[in-house]
Ligand binder design. Structure first.
Ligand SMILES: Nc1ncnc2c1ncn2[C@@H]1O[C@H](COP(=O)(O)OP(=O)(O)OP(=O)(O)O)[C@@H](O)[C@H]1O
Ligand SMILES: [Mg+2]
Length: 354
């Protein structure tokens, strides 16, 4: 790896490109998504969630594992954690495949599966093997409530020789009776520093050419989701020579921060017609989705110093537009509506000021 010397000491971070001799892309590297290639294979490899990892390690080493409920937003390492934990429990892959049952949302998980498949797996003991079986129900929030009710009894009945691990994004979709049978662990979104170290590790291992602002853009678009980070890194690296701010935003389809600033300026200063024309034009030419623009505008607006009553009008109006967009309303009409929200907020501000 060599590091380009900046032209001058004052050079911005953009000028510094970490360059690698890119390897020939083989069929293998094309096919393998980096999220899978770099899925932590042991508990020690996981970044973040140190508390959860150390508690789990202790429980496994003492043969004291309770039923588990892992929940939290996507891409925070729930599946990786339980798979790594299972590997620690069973050691060899052969033991893992005979002692652990993994079911996720792609398998049908109605009441029949609970009655037949899960019950059968939990109920059968292996003649010459001792040890506890592990039943992983990934994406458990997609289980029907009938299946969840049936699972209550199955969990109790098989506690002697099986442990259940339920994984989900929305814990309130798991019935309280199941929640109370499990020890709950919340996986918070990953911190920027934790993501950064892993991201750089992967970028260097894959010999990606990157700039500091490219890495920072990936981090700011990630929202604590490691899967999103690796996918964005891979797709930017595959589609362009260097992972810099422009290429990252282009690949992700997210609006560039300077474009959002520009849009905000139009909305706050131009008259209705002009602002509408410019907003539609930039969305069409740069291929931005109004929802993405709206999300960034929301963050920008909250960060500005508006009087509270003006902020209330803005956020209320913007939420309405977002709601309508989520239900498939016409983008152009909603763009006009968004401009209308700002015009209204400006009027309110003037009335109060007079
Ligand atoms: N804590 C972490 N440390 C290292 N890599 C991680 C971590 N969390 C996620 N990753 C990376 O992100 C990918 C997705 O993680 P994982 O499947 O464990 O997320 P998840 O929490 O189960 O998400 P979902 O709720 O969408 O199922 C992994 O393959 C891994 O590469
Ligand atoms: Mg998962």
């Amino acid at each position: 790896m060599d590091i380009d010397t900046p032209a001058a000491d004052t050079a911005t971070s953009t000028a510094r490109i970490i360059k690698h001799a890119r390897p020939q892309i083989s069929d293998e590297s094309i096919q393998m998504p980096w999220v899978e290639k770099y899925r932590p294979s042991s508990l020690e490899e996981l970044v973040a969630h140190e508390d959860i990892v150390s508690i789990l390690t202790r429980l496994i080493d003492n043969d004291n594992l309770p039923h588990l409920l892992l929940y939290g937003p996507p891409g925070t390492g729930k599946t990786s954690t339980i798979v790594a934990a299972a590997k620690r429990m069973y050691g060899s892959t052969a033991a893992y495949s005979s002692m652990a049952l993994e079911l996720n949302a792609s398998d049908s998980r109605g009441i029949d599966v609970v009655r037949n498949e899960i019950k059968e797996f939990a109920g059968t003991r292996q003649l010459f093997k001792s040890g506890i079986k592990l039943i992983i129900l990934d994406e458990a929030d997609a289980m029907t409530s009938d299946a969840q009710f049936a699972l209550r009894r199955v969990i109790e009945k098989h506690t002697k020789n099986a442990r259940f691990c339920l994984i989900c994004n929305y814990v309130n979709k798991i019935i309280p009776a199941l929640q109370s049978r499990c020890t709950r662990f919340r996986f918070a979104p990953l911190q920027v520093d934790q993501i950064r170290s892993r991201l750089l590790e992967v970028a260097d291992a894959e010999k990606v050419n990157y700039t500091d602002d490219g890495i920072n853009s990936i981090l700011s678009l990630s929202a604590g989701d490691m899967r999103r980070v690796l996918n964005l890194l891979q797709s930017t690296a595959m589609s362009s020579d260097v992972v810099n701010e422009k290429n990252v935003y282009m690949t992700s389809g997210a609006p560039l921060p300077k474009d959002v600033e520009q849009i905000l300026e139009w909305l706050l200063n131009l008259d209705f017609k002009q602002a509408y024309g410019k907003l539609v034009h930039i969305c069409v030419t740069k291929g931005y989705a109004l929802t993405d623009v709206l999300a960034d505008l929301g963050t920008a607006v909250v960060g500005m110093e508006f009087p509270p009553h003006v902020l209330a009008v803005l956020l209320d109006g913007m939420s309405d537009v977002e709601h309508r967009l989520a239900f498939g309303a016409d983008e152009k009409l909603q763009a006009a509506s968004l401009v209308g929200v700002f015009v209204q907020a400006r009027t309110v501000m003037k009335i109060k000021c007079v």
